[in-house]
Every structure is written in structure tokens, then in C-alpha cells.
Design a protein around this ligand. Structure first.
Ligand SMILES: [Fe+2]
Ligand SMILES: [Fe+2]
Length: 330
């Protein structure tokens, strides 16, 4: 017997979707958001065709049996992360009200669907279909997918999770672990950098319209995400090492990209103080010294380094690691 389900409340047509002033959206930013959609159409790539061409050039994907489980676990994060990004961008496409932001989110949903199926097909061909994710990463993705405010979904996915995905692409591409995978990475990197732009161009307007309480809740949400991300890196430590990647290097690349994305966000908001970013950065730096220490560093020394990172910050991050993260031109 069919159970009766409560119907969702009907949503009215958003006749006000073109009223940018109502959303606090500047004309210039609206134009950029609209261009994200059209650029995505122009630069759309056929995932099946690209994968086929790479296999023709390099042969079927192959990684030796010793390293395959590690690669499978690392790319499980990408594959399920792509699904999470697909779900979040589809929710944003549905729920964001301004016309131009809706367009940008819609194009992202289209990109993420492609990223998901290409990664799925690749991992299947490699014989490395992942079973399930490490719990901390599962929690991170679930925090973003089920966030109770659109701004949290936007900041969580576009400015916290996308930069981490970009850092995995960066290290895997640099090491050239498997040629077909290396060939796929630039296609992903190009699309993901565009997705960061949606966060940069729409979040400032959204945050400006939030109450102080909502802003405080957004900051505590970011701290929780940072904690889950670092615990997630701990879960992947063994796999990074098996692939010849120093886990601290991978986290540093992610930190650089995240910091640049958040720097650009507060710059877009016209905030000159670096205090909010510095606080987040010191928090992640201090946690990193405890959770991801250099090999064989005893606990007492870990704590000392952690306190030092919290009090004085960590060594400057190389900005060149975040080259692809930039404010899109209007
Ligand atoms: Fe993606
Ligand atoms: Fe993305």
C-alpha cells in the first residue's frame, strides 16, 4: 500500500528574480555570474569523448596492485565529493533567487554531473571502485550538503571543499601517478576554478544581508568544516604516503588555495582587516601541528609547535600554489 506523503509547500514563481537591488547584488557582479553560465557552455567538454581519447593515447588505465587501493581511497573522496557538489549546486540552482546566480549554479550542476560520471567510469576501468569514504570526509560532505543556510552551502562547497579538491588534483597531476588520470586533471581544474567564482561573486551580497547571529553561525560552521577537513587528511595520511605524497604538502596546497579564496571573498566585501582569515588560518595551522606532525615528532613537541602556530601563525604559504584561484573579470 502506498503511504501518503506530505506535499511540500508550493513555491510561487519568483517574479522578483531580476530585482538585483532586493538581493544587494551589484550590476557588475551579476554580469560576471551570468558570464559563468555562458563560459561553462562554451568550455563544456564531452566526458566520454575525453576519456576515450586519453585511453587511445596512453592505453587502458593501470596502476600497480600495491598502489591501487591507496589511489582508490584518495579518488573515492573526489568521486563522492563530485556527487556532493552536484547535489549542492542543484539545490543552489533551485533555491538561489537572483536570475544570474541561478544561471551560474545551474551550469555548475551540469559540470559536476560530468565530473562525477567521468571519475566513476575511470575508477571502474582502473578496477579501483571505492567502497565507502573515510568517516571524517563523509561527515564533511554531509555537513555541507545538509547545511541549514544557503550561505553555508555556498561557502562550504565553493570556498572550503572545492579548493581541497583542487589541491588533490594539483598533487596527483604533479606526480603523474597514472597518465590517463593526469590527462583528466586539467579539465577538472579548469571547471572547479570557475565554481569558486560563484562563491566569490554572490556570497558578499548574501552575507551583507545576514544578521549578526547568522554571521556568527557561519564562522562557527567554517571552523567545524576545517576540523573535519584536517581529520579527513589524517584518514588519508597512509594513502598519501603510499602514493609518494607528503600529507603535509597536500594539506599546505589546500590551505594556500582556501586562504586565497577567503582572502578574495573578504576583499570583494570591501573588508580590509585580515583578522578573520588570520584566525581561521591559525586555527587550522595549530590543528595541523597536532594531527599531521612531521614524522617521529613526540607529543610534547607537537603541542609546542601547535601553540606557536596559534600564537604567531605558521610560516607564509606560497601564493603560487593558488594561482588558478582568482576573481573572475566582469
Ligand atoms: Fe567538480
Ligand atoms: Fe566544482
Amino acid at each position: 500500500m502506498l503511504r501518503s506523503r506530505r506535499r511540500p509547500a508550493p513555491t510561487p514563481l519568483p517574479y522578483h528574480m531580476f530585482d538585483r537591488a532586493r538581493f544587494g547584488l551589484e550590476a557588475r557582479d551579476a554580469r560576471t555570474l551570468e558570464r559563468i553560465y555562458h563560459k561553462s557552455q562554451e568550455r563544456s567538454w564531452d566526458g566520454q569523448e575525453v576519456l576515450r581519447a586519453l585511453i587511445e593515447r596512453h592505453g587502458a588505465p593501470h596502476v600497480d596492485a600495491a598502489r591501487r587501493p591507496a589511489l582508490a581511497r584518495l579518488f573515492a573522496v573526489i568521486m563522492w565529493g563530485e556527487l556532493a557538489a552536484w547535489k549542492v549546486s542543484a539545490a543552489l540552482a533551485d533555491e538561489l533567487e537572483p536570475f544570474e546566480a541561478k544561471l551560474a549554479a545551474t551550469s555548475q550542476a551540469f559540470d559536476e554531473a560530468r565530473h562525477f560520471y567521468v571519475m566513476h567510469d575511470y575508477l571502474e576501468l582502473l578496477g579501483a571502485m571505492p567502497e565507502r569514504l573515510d568517516r571524517a570526509i563523509e561527515r564533511l560532505l554531509s555537513q555541507v550538503m545538509n547545511a541549514n543556510h544557503l550561505a553555508k552551502k555556498l561557502i562550504g562547497m565553493q570556498l572550503m571543499v572545492e579548493p581541497v579538491a583542487l589541491s588533490i588534483f594539483h598533487v596527483v597531476r604533479t606526480l603523474d601517478i597514472e597518465p590517463v588520470l593526469t590527462g583528466l586533471m586539467p579539465y577538472y581544474q579548469r571547471d572547479e576554478a570557475r565554481h569558486v567564482a560563484l562563491g566569490l561573486k554572490y556570497l558578499p551580497a548574501m552575507i551583507r544581508q545576514m544578521s549578526t547571529r547568522e554571521r556568527a553561525s557561519l564562522i562557527s560552521f567554517q571552523l567545524r568544516l576545517l576540523t573535519s577537513e584536517l581529520w579527513g587528511s589524517v584518514g588519508l595520511m597512509r594513502d598519501y604516503k603510499a602514493l609518494g605524497i607528503d600529507p603535509r604538502d597536500a594539506v599546505e596546497v589546500g590551505r594556500a588555495k582556501q586562504k586565497k579564496a577567503l582572502d578574495l571573498l573578504i576583499c570583494e566585501m570591501g573588508i580590509t582587516s585580515k583578522v578573520p582569515i588570520e584566525l581561521l588560518d591559525r586555527y587550522s595551522g595549530a590543528l595541523m601541528e597536532v594531527l599531521l606532525p612531521f614524522d617521529d615528532v613526540p607529543w610534547r613537541e607537537r603541542l609546542r609547535r601547535s601553540v606557536r602556530a596559534a600564537a604567531w601563525g605558521k610560516q607564509p604559504i606560497d601564493d603560487a600554489l593558488a594561482d588558478e584561484i582568482e576573481t573572475p573579470a566582469a
